[in-house]
Design a binder for this molecule. Structure first.
Ligand code: GDP
Ligand code: IMO
Ligand code: MG
Length: 422
């Protein structure tokens, strides 16, 4: 079976969770390779809603192995809660979930630093999820982070945590924040360590065995291309490589084992948090919000919305090596008479057909739009390509072509069943 990387081709929340759930049917293993519980991946199964934060969305299918890879940053308290919540709903965790021994741990001082830095940034704040993701990855890069194998080693953990808490308390005090109690954090994290220990293993070797067995591995991207620390709209990004390369470094599976990359994108654009969004449009935002859609799965914040932006998705296709596209939320556009698509960014006398690196330019570009005739019919009941209205098919073909990859999946509703293979 194929080894597939799935990435978000926009600014996150593209509907990756839903598409992962659908594709899990075709593989034996699902792996998260970056990010942390800043992610919120929604899956609907027969009207039952699940939102996954750290656990791969594949967990909702029995008999599939799910791995939290080395590239993820784990908040152990959040993870225990998520595991317990799923167990209570009858989801099989034991025997199906494996946690990397080298994944880094998120501590309360990371969350506190995340919040304090946002306050200090004032109007230039990033709009983070305040889950401590940036400071945890900063510790990893500074070689001062603690990993899962440290967390589950009683003696070593106490010593390391005390040293790290003391150092971070100095920083917190300087920032005017309250220092944290080592004792409290130690007690709380020790309980979580005991709970998580049976699931912690060398996931690199586990995945190597699965590669030998050719069971098929699906790499569940979190966030999206333009939140990538290298390729996104820096500094308005997250702190990991959300693009395809992150799947390999975050799991220990080499690029030579990857068969293809699937890019997930909405039929329009959304972003939660601050930073440039060239095709942002209040009319489409009002429309989607009035339908009760586009509120963040992790923080509940209303997402900013805009027209489909083919300049950015064609860039995403190039840098991720996307060959297949999954387009979600088509039904969000069902009522519109005219649908716009951004096909260029105008800045002075220059028209960009790619995403300029300088956000001072990106925040000032004027979108150049192409217009498409709407279909003004519900698509939600369509079960195959031919059942989609003609104008919807034309629109889908056009945005796939403008993005530069083949259309493979269309999603017309949040449920597993509301999926069309093209
Ligand atoms: P992710 O982070 O990429 O997994 O996406 P989120 O779960 O944060 O946000 C996507 C939202 O769109 C969720 O509420 C999904 O249930 C919903 N969704 C996904 N695909 C469709 C679709 O085709 N139609 C509708 N109406 N909702 C969808
Ligand atoms: P999924 O996997 C959408 C955004 C935050 C903020 C920026 C940095 O559900 O698509 P962070 O807390 O990571 O330091 O915040 O990144 N962000 C997301 N936006 N979907 C996500 O995940 C996100 N994870 C982080 O809103 O702008
Ligand atoms: Mg999400």
């Amino acid at each position: 079976m194929a080894n597939i990387i799935l990435v978000g081709a926009q600014w996150g929340d593209e509907g990756k969770g839903k598409i992962i759930d659908v594709l899990t049917d075709k593989v034996g293993v699902v792996v998260r390779t970056q990010g942390g519980n800043n992610a919120g991946h929604t899956v609907f199964i027969n009207d039952e809603k699940f939102v996954l934060h750290l656990i791969p969305s594949g967990i909702l299918r029995k008999d599939k192995k799910c791995v939290i890879g080395n590239g993820v940053v784990i908040d152990p308290i959040g993870l225990c809660e998520e595991m317990e919540g799923l167990k209570k709903r009858g989801v099989k965790i034991d025997g199906n979930l494996f946690i990397s021994e080298t994944a880094h741990i998120v501590f309360p001082y990371h969350r506190e630093l995340d919040s304090q830095r946002e306050v200090l940034k004032g109007k230039n704040k990033i709009g983070t999820t305040k889950r401590g993701i940036g400071p945890a990855y900063a510790d990893k890069a500074s070689r001062t982070g603690l990993r899962t194998l440290d967390l589950i080693n009683k003696e070593r953990f106490k010593e390391l945590l005390e040293a790290r808490t003391n150092e971070n308390n100095l920083i917190l005090k300087t920032l005017g924040a309250n220092p944290l109690s080592f004792k409290e954090v130690y007690e709380q994290y020790s309980v979580a360590a005991k709970y998580l220990k049976p699931y912690v293993t060398n996931t690199v070797m586990l995945l190597q065995e699965e590669l030998q067995k050719e069971t098929g591995i699906l790499f569940e991207g979190a966030q999206g291309t333009f939140l990538d620390i290298d390729h996104g709209t820096y500094p308005y990004v997250t702190s990991s490589n959300t693009t395809a390369g992150g799947a390999c470094t975050g799991s220990g599976v080499p690029p030579t084992c990857i068969d293809y990359v699937v890019g997930v994108m909405k039929a329009y654009t959304t972003r939660v948090g601050e930073g440039p969004l060239p095709s942002e449009n209040s009319e489409i935002a009002d429309l989607l919000h009035s339908m009760g859609r586009e509120f963040g799965s992790t923080t509940g914040r209303p997402r900013r919305c805009g027209w489909f932006d083919a300049v950015s998705t064609s860039y995403a296709v190039k840098i991720n090596g996307i060959s297949k596209l999954a387009i979600t939320n088509l039904d969000g556009l069902d009522t519109l008479g005219v649908i716009k698509v951004c096909v260029g960014y105008k800045y002075g006398s220059t028209t960009y057909n790619y995403v300029p690196s300088d956000i001072n330019i990106l925040t000032k570009v004027e979108p150049v739009y192409a217009e498409f005739e709407g279909w003004k019919k519900p698509t939600i009941g369509a079960s195959n390509w031919k059942e989609l209205p003609l104008n919807a098919r034309k629109y889908l073909r056009a945005i796939a072509e403008l993005s530069g990859a083949r259309l493979n999946i269309v999603s017309v509703g949040p449920d597993r069943k509301q999926t069309i293979f093209v």
